[in-house]
Ligand binder design. Structure first.
Ligand code: RIB
Ligand code: CA
Length: 316
């Protein structure tokens, strides 16, 4: 007897790697994607909400509602990442402007309404951008915490350090106060940090295999990733870049591919030097109650097999 599809909400700042996370989720019958909420991050909200709709149209999934959420972090000024993702946030392919409508409700209001109408511990959320929308929903209606089955987020770093400052990873750095709210909320939480995503880099063979697939999804994905991975390849001197955000979706499909530990994690919101640092008590030095399942390594071959299989399911 197959399980019922898992109700899933993806909160995102597309972003080429976000786009692949969306494509993997939308091609997986294991999920019922209830909606996509967009947030300012890699590029401003005006672009992330368009990019999410472009990806839904590329996937042939205009049935999935897309919402615009917060246009800036809770406290700090917005920091974007056009140097990585390009001015559009989805540089690489030339995807047409979307014709599907943006939902009129604010993403935070839709999150609260949807979660409050759901059964307890029933909805999974994958935030793959700054956590502003999720934190604002928790502040607006704390009772949603009981409705959340788990949050699996891409963000943070510990032994690997940061990619935006020496101490902080982009999603957490952009809105550290939102991250503090989420990590302190008590919701069942899994964090896929740079330690994990940097252990599983894209290979030339995998890109070539995808490049041989004659579909618009494959062509667009290769164009996106060829643009996107150049930044990390140059910075880290590697043969391929990390594919951060799809790791959250693959974790839900194949948790066996991930080495994890249940730890206490806190977010720095006081010191400018280490602002947004995820302080992971990997060795239980403090005795603080663990609040987060932290991924340290990923089976790279397994990860890219799953991503490639999902992308190849698209007929066009
Ligand atoms: O640090 C990587 C994260 O920041 C990814 O989610 C990427 O899309 C950017 O948002
Ligand atoms: Ca992202």
């Amino acid at each position: 007897m197959t399980d019922a599809p898992r109700p899933l909400i993806i909160d995102t700042d597309p972003g080429q790697d976000d786009a692949v996370a969306l494509l993997v989720a939308l091609a997986s019958p294991e999920f019922e994607v209830l909606g996509i909420t967009t947030v300012a991050g890699n590029v401003p909200l005006a672009r992330t909400q368009v990019n999410a709709r472009k990806v839904c149209e590329l996937a042939g999934r205009t049935d999935v509602p897309v919402f615009a959420g917060c246009s800036r972090p809770m406290v700090r000024a917005l920091r974007t990442a056009e140097e990585v993702h390009g001015v559009t946030g989805l540089d690489g392919p030339d995807l047409p402007e979307p014709t599907m409508a943006l939902e009129p409700r604010h993403a935070v209001d839709w999150l609260v309404d949807t979660l409050m109408a759901a059964a307890d511990a029933s909805v999974t959320i994958c935030p793959v951008g700054p956590l502003t929308n999720i934190a604002m929903a928790l502040v607006k209606q704390p009772a949603i915490a009981a409705k959340i089955r788990e949050v699996v987020l891409m963000g943070g770093g510990f032994f690997e350090g940061g990619n935006t400052t020496p101490a902080a990873e982009f999603n957490i750095y952009v809105d550290p106060h939102a991250a503090h709210v989420v990590f302190s909320s008590g919701v069942p939480l899994t964090m896929i940090p740079l330690d994990a995503t940097h252990s599983a880099l894209m290979s030339r063979a995998w890109m070539a295999d995808l490049g041989a697939v004659d579909t618009q999804v494959a062509r667009a994905t290769v164009a996106m990733l060829e643009f996107y991975e150049r930044f990390d390849m140059e910075r880290y001197g590697t043969e391929g870049g990390p594919l951060h955000d799809p790791c959250t979706i693959v974790y839900l499909l194949r948790p066996d591919l991930f080495e994890t530990r249940f730890c206490h994690v806190a977010v720095e919101i006081a010191s400018e030097l280490t602002m947004g640092m995820t302080v992971v008590d990997w060795w239980d030095a403090t005795g603080n109650e663990p609040n987060c399942t932290v991924a340290r390594r990923i089976d790279a071959d397994g990860l890219y097999d799953v991503i490639g299989t999902c992308l190849k399911r698209y007929p066009l």
